[in-house]
Ligand binder design. Structure first.
Ligand SMILES: N[C@@H](CCC(=O)N[C@@H](CS)C(=O)NCC(=O)O)C(=O)O
Length: 199
């Protein structure tokens, strides 16, 4: 059985979305995490090394960090076609955009949010505007990041762009807005929202 270590309205909600897309058998273990306001404690049941969510345990096999969980789960349920498998040409872009999400996009968003200048060349990521342009180029083929096929990578990017829809952090883009709406318009997203806070 897959256990998702989860806290409502966090990055782990996206994995309810993915597990719903995969029609997987899973259970949700609600855990506490630290909060912005200094409240909250790391839950000793949570296997993430820093007490963050998401993490999963699959019959005792622990996986943490969103891209790793996405690959693990889509590999485990290949028939659902939520991620290209080893040997498929689209596997390359799939892994690349997953790594780009946590290695470039998230640090770029945080740098901008914290008004920290990105040390171009030295930093492993790029300014948000530059990352955004790269994502726009990939999506201009569309309708999804891998082209015609919706995948777990869209769950990470689409939900992020939906969350930042009205944020001054991101440049306005009808293409990105339409993409985000396409992703969060899926029935599995609605199911995930309903399950998110349910104990
Ligand atoms: N790099 C992690 C980030 C996870 C993360 O930062 N989760 C937040 C909730 S959205 C968290 O658990 N924060 C609590 C803490 O930092 O202790 C991933 O992408 O999976």
């Amino acid at each position: 059985m897959i256990t998702l270590f989860h806290r409502a309205k966090t990055r782990s909600t996206r994995f309810i979305f993915l597990l719903e897309e995969l029609e997987a058998a899973y259970e949700i273990q609600h855990v506490s995490t630290r909060s912005h306001d200094g409240t909250g404690i790391v839950d000793p049941r949570n296997p993430h090394p820093n007490g963050k969510v998401p993490a999963i345990s699959d019959d005792g096999v622990v996986v943490f960090e969103s891209p790793a969980i996405a690959v693990y789960l889509t590999d485990k349920f290949p028939a659902r076609r939520l991620g290209p498998t080893v040997g498929e040409p689209a596997r390359g872009p799939y892994l690349s955009w997953l790594a780009y999400y946590s290695g470039v996009l998230e640090p770029a968003v945080m740098s901008k949010f914290q008004k920290v200048e990105v040390m171009r060349v030295t930093a492993g990521w790029v300014p948000l505007e530059e990352a955004f342009e790269a994502i726009l180029r990939a999506l201009s083929v569309g309708p999804y990041l891998l082209g015609e096929t919706f995948s777990a990578v869209d769950i990470l990017y689409g939900t992020t762009f939906a969350m930042f829809a009205n944020s001054p952090l991101l440049p306005p883009s009808p293409l990105i807005s339409a993409y985000a709406q396409r992703v969060v318009g899926r029935p599995a997203f609605a199911r995930a929202q309903a399950l998110d806070a349910a104990a």
